[in-house]
Design a protein around this ligand. Sequence first.
Ligand code: MTE
Length: 318
Amino acid sequence: MAENKIKSSEITPENVYLNRRNFMKAGLIAGTTFATGLAYRFFNQPPPPEVETAKIETVKPAETPLPETDKPNSVKEITNYNNFYEFSTNKSSVAEYAKDFVTRPWTVEVGGLVQKPKTFDIEELLKIEQEERIYRFRCVEGWSMVIPWVGFPLKKLLDKVEPLGTAKYVAFETYYNKKQMPYASYAGIDFPYVEGLRLDEANHNLTILATGLYGKQMPNQNGAPIRLVVPWKYGFKSIKSVVKITLTDSEPPTTWNIAIPNEYGFYSNVNPNVSHPRWSQATEQRIGEYTRRKTLLFNGYADEVASLYEGMDLRKYF
Ligand code: MTE
């Protein structure tokens, strides 16, 4: 995967590529402009049927609760306003279209530049000590939530495979199956969805593999059975339903950077001072609130993560 440096603009006939870009742009502009209105209308409708997932028996409680002003969003909000393009590009339809997603059996293959490559069964990963992590979650589109995840530091998994000294990056891949995801072909992006982190970002204590939320196993629409959560980066870095993790020596390709390279960079750290080319990132709409709030540098986690980017021009490495 790391070797694949070819951009979709180079392998797609130009007219198809340009049409797709225009389609994506129209979709994203509409998404941002109407997100607040749609969210308001959606949450004032009768609740959709809830799909129950199993309780996670032992969860270490969150160590650092967020301030009073960052109250967790409700289960209804978190599970019915989703981005999961494999199932639907309509946030309020993902829950319905993902409800029959088959997530057992499930394995995560961890390999590449490691001493001990291994394919882990999900049941084995669920035996790693599960911790509650209540994080702010900020989407690049300008909305945000607070989500009480359950999971474990990604570092715990990486340590098990013993990365080689030459490993500098970590590449992630989502499960993809057209039969289970029949609407994916309308999404306008390439699948499988891929993402990546620098190794030091991946090893940071805030970076988790989440297996659930609100003390229960992960709902399908939120990336069952296991997804990445990197709370200081825009939400699209938090790749869902992960099946493959590969340690590499070069920066891995990432889905949104492949789709629109001048708009979505590899780093994608939440930054109120660096605008998206088509909208400001200075403020955000917290789902469930009526007024916008100021966006915080690194989504409020600057004390913990700013040192990772010392000396880097955050406008260049956006
Ligand atoms: N992962 C996959 N595989 N497919 C996706 O479409 N969307 C991303 C990210 N991970 C996405 C994905 C985006 S844009 C966001 S904002 C978050 O998932 C949304 O996570 P949530 O639905 O749990 O809030």
